[in-house]
Design a protein around this ligand. Sequence first.
Ligand SMILES: [Zn+2]
Length: 208
Amino acid sequence: MEDISLLISGFERTMQKHGALVERLAVEGQKPKFLLVSCMDSRCAPETLLNLELGTAFSHRPMGGFVHAYKEGSELDAKLTFSLLKGVKNIVLIGHTQCGAVAGLSKDVDDPHIKPWLKVANPAKQAALEKVGDADLDTLCREIERQVVILGLKNLLTYPEVSEAVESGALKLHGLFYDMHNKALLRLNTDSRTFEQLAPNENNVKYA
Ligand SMILES: [Zn+2]
């Protein structure tokens, strides 16, 4: 069986299950609540991970979920502007453990096609090195992965459309973190720059 048949059968199941929603979205258009910024990693597809219906979120999935500082006319600049025009009120940046991009950054990967992009997160690597020093590579990667979220939120605020919307109260920025091994979702507290676990919590069922 061709790999592509996996996509066709998946499409058919989606139409069977969500046909009425698809019809409504086709007629009414979209009004997503979120712009989700996360890594291209196949294990972290945010709509699947967060169990979101079609029409709920725009998404931007660069390698590593890295957010570069303001570049006028960049893809991200266009997506941010369009998202705000469509009424998005929350931008959610989602980092994750076991990130291949962060592993590449930690080892100074030399591939000419990849290295220039990984440089975007160099300040996150520097911040992690200052925090964990010469710890083992795994510890360094786990810290870089968290610093990527802190850096990303900071860089989002360099986009004029974002900083203006945040200042006026029309937009909120959020930093989340997916800990894959522990099946946990954490949230960045931007005051303390620490991550607090949201799920599972003691009131939740534990995930088998
Ligand atoms: Zn990743």
